[in-house]
Write a protein that binds this ligand. Sequence first.
Ligand SMILES: Nc1ncnc2c1ncn2[C@@H]1O[C@H](COP(=O)(O)OP(=O)(O)OP(=O)(O)O)[C@@H](O)[C@H]1O
Ligand SMILES: [Mg+2]
Length: 348
Amino acid sequence: MQQNWGDAMAFPTANNSFSSLVQSLGEFPPEAIIFGSSETMQTLRARMNKVASANVPVLIHGESGTGKDIIARMIHALSPWKSGPFVKVNCPAIPGTLLESELFGYEKGAFTGAYGSKPGRVELAHRGTLFLDEISELDLALQEDKKVEVRVVCATNRQLETEIETGTFRRDLFYRINVVNLHLPPLRERRGDIESLVNYFLEYYNRKFNCRARTISPELVGALQKYHWPGNIRELENLMKRYVILGSEDVISTDLMERSDQEFFNPEINVDGPISLKKLTRQATRELERKIILKVLQAHHWNRKQAARALNISYRALLYKIRDAGLPPNRAVRRAPDAAAATSVAAD
Ligand SMILES: Nc1ncnc2c1ncn2[C@@H]1O[C@H](COP(=O)(O)OP(=O)(O)OP(=O)(O)O)[C@@H](O)[C@H]1O
Ligand SMILES: [Mg+2]
C-alpha cells in the first residue's frame, strides 16, 4: 500500500452526508494583526504565501496559542483548493483505535459493527485541505491505498525531532509531513506586537459584547509587554475579553500578578471542548522547568556550565532547554524585557 499525499489523482468526491466534518473557515483577524511587525512573522508570512499555492505537506510548529490554527486556515484560503473542503482532525480527541477508521473510513462488514461503509476524513478532504492538529499524538501507520488529491497541513506544539530521538514519533512519518516547516514564535518573542494586539482585542470585544471598556493605561501596557505569556495570544485574548466584560484595569493587574507565580498550578481549562490531560500536564511541567532553570541560572550568575552541573544535566541539554523555554541565552541580554518579565511582573 502506498501513501501518496500530495499526488494529484482522480478520486470520486466525498459523501455529502459527512459534510458536517468539513469546517467553515470562520473569520480571521486582519493580516496586519496576525503578522504584526516582527521580522520573524514577516518571514513566516512570505513563506506561507509561497507554500500556499504548492501542493506539498506543511508542518506548522509553535507553542499553544501562537496561531497554528489560523495559519492552517489561511494556507487553505490562499491555496488553489480554497473552494474545496477544509477538514480538521484533532488527533488527540480521537482514540488511537478509532483513528485509522476516522482517517481512512471503512467498508461495510470490515469489522464487527461496521454495518455501513463510511468515508474517511482523508477522502472527505478530497480537492481540499486535511488539517491534522496535534500530530505528535498520532501513532499509527498512516497508509492509504486510495489515491486522494489532498493537501496535508499538520500542526504540533512539540519538538518532533526530540520525539523521534526518544522513539515517540516515527521518523519516516516526520519526513513525509515536514516538506515545508513553518515555525510560529511565542508571543514573548514578539513583544513589539503586544500593544497592537491589546488594542485589537479591546476593540473587537467591545464591539462583540457591546461594551465600552477604555483603552488601557501605558503602565499596564508596559506590564503586559513584560509578562512571559505561556499561553501566548490565546492568553492575551482571554485576558482582554475579561477586561472588556468586567471593565476594570485592576482585573488585569491582579491577574498578571497571580499568574506570574501560579499559572502552572491553575491552567485554563475549557470544559466545553475536549480536555487533554497530557497537554495540560506537559504545559505545567514546561513552565515549572522554565522557572527552575531561571532560578538556577540567576544563582550561578548566568554561568551556564555551572548551572548545568547544578541541575545535573549536560551543558548541551541546558542550552537547548534555555532556547526552548524562550529564556535569554546569556547574561549580556538578560536585562532585555524578556528577562525582566521572567522574574516577576509583580516586581515591576
Ligand atoms: N496572530 C494572531 N493575531 C490575532 N489573534 C491570534 C493570532 N494568533 C492566535 N490568535 C488567537 O489566539 C487564539 C489561539 O489561536 P490558535 O487556535 O490559532 O492557536 P494554536 O497555536 O492552534 O493553539 P493550540 O496549540 O492550543 O491549538 C485564537 O482565538 C486566535 O484567534
Ligand atoms: Mg490549534
